[in-house]
Ligand binder design. Structure first.
Ligand SMILES: Nc1ncnc2c1ncn2[C@@H]1O[C@H](COP(=O)(O)OP(=O)(O)OP(=O)(O)O)[C@@H](O)[C@H]1O
Length: 310
């Protein structure tokens, strides 16, 4: 191995705090489930920062930890270790009263099973009214807001119907209206289109985009649906309880005035500097346990271990 010392720029004395200006920050988040003698590490040091007003899709294989992440952000589940802040709330240090306040005002949550979001014997209007009544909102304001929400979600005509009298797509729209009733800063949706056909999924996703723009609510949506994740500006992929890659999309306009969507995939580097090299890259160059790193003026190279000791 060459002994020439690398001349590296000196790091600043204090690195800026990760996600300082973000609305949602997860840092080194760990969630371990213990069932008898079996331990499952659902989240294994996940880092994620979401800016206010973003619409982010979270994708990943079954069991990768997506629902666990959403339950923690919703204040339903508590992490085993790490740091998680949403708005002004440190989710690891909340009293029971704080948690009620947080769940009532800061986050709205739409669950995976459409029906589990709704109460069978209440009408759509009564369901949207319920969280506002719990938050002691005045009657006139409740009535106006319920009407406005059901209207902007395209289900004004369903106001007096019960869940059994609504289609799957209408149920999901009402569930989103209920989640937005107390004007939360964050809307969390766990597979909101999982039980819907392709056309209805696209509609519901359009609704999420619309409320993101109209109300400025930050949306984090877990999905398996590649069609859905292709429609957002940022998709975060979770693998084995960690964020592994991100796809950022932007539109550009060419010389002819046509707009094109450009998608760029980025690997995510964690706070300790770990980066996951995609399997295709590892296989193409037969990268195995040990690789050689070299710092170039504006990039880093990773080479297979030649075994020569050079
Ligand atoms: N309450 C629990 N007790 C024990 N293990 C759990 C519990 N909840 C989740 N797990 C385990 O944690 C891991 C992550 O689960 P999670 O539901 O977060 O994954 P997911 O990515 O949302 O999966 P899916 O797409 O199938 O919903 C899985 O191995 C799961 O079996």
């Amino acid at each position: 191995m060459s002994s020439t010392p690398l001349s590296l720029p000196q790091p600043s004395a204090r690195a800026p705090e990760f996600g300082r200006d973000a609305l949602i920050v997860c840092e080194n988040l760990v969630r371990i489930y213990q069932t008898g003698s079996i331990e499952v590490q659902a989240l294994q040091g996940l880092d994620l920062a979401v800016e206010s007003g973003e619409l982010v899709a979270v994708v990943g294989a079954s069991g990768s930890g997506k629902s666990t992440l959403l339950s923690i952000l919703a204040g339903i589940d508590a992490p085993t270790a790490g740091r998680v802040r949403v708005d002004r709330w440190n989710l690891l240090a909340m009293s029971r009263a704080d948690r009620v306040d947080y769940r009532r005002h800061t986050v709205g949550f739409v669950r995976q099973q459409t029906a589990s979001n709704l109460i069978p014997y209440l009408t759509a209007r009564e369901m949207v009214d319920l969280p506002m009544t719990a938050a002691r909102t005045a009657k006139k304001e409740r009535r106006e807001r319920a009407a406005e929400l059901l209207d902007s979600l395209g289900v004004a005509d369903c106001a007096d119907r019960r869940p059994g009298q609504l289609s799957g797509g209408q149920q999901m729209r009402v569930a989103i209206a209920v989640a937005l009733a107390n004007q939360p800063r964050v809307l969390l949706a766990d597979e909101p289109t999982g039980e819907l056909d392709a056309a209805t999924s696209a509609e519901v996703f359009g609704v999420l985009r619309d409320v993101n723009r109209r109300y400025g609510v930050t949306v984090v949506v877990v999905t398996h649906d590649p069609e859905v994740s292709g429609q957002v500006e940022r998709t975060v992929a979770i693998r084995d309880g960690r964020t592994s890659s991100e796809v950022l999309r932007r539109t550009t306009t060419d010389a002819e005035g046509d707009t094109h969507m450009i998608a760029e995939e980025y690997a995510v580097m964690d706070r300790a500097g770990r980066v996951q090299v995609p399997r295709e890259f590892r296989q193409a160059l037969a990268l195995t346990r040990r690789v050689r790193l070299a710092l170039e003026p504006d990039h880093i190279t990773i080479r297979p271990d030649s075994g020569s000791g050079e």
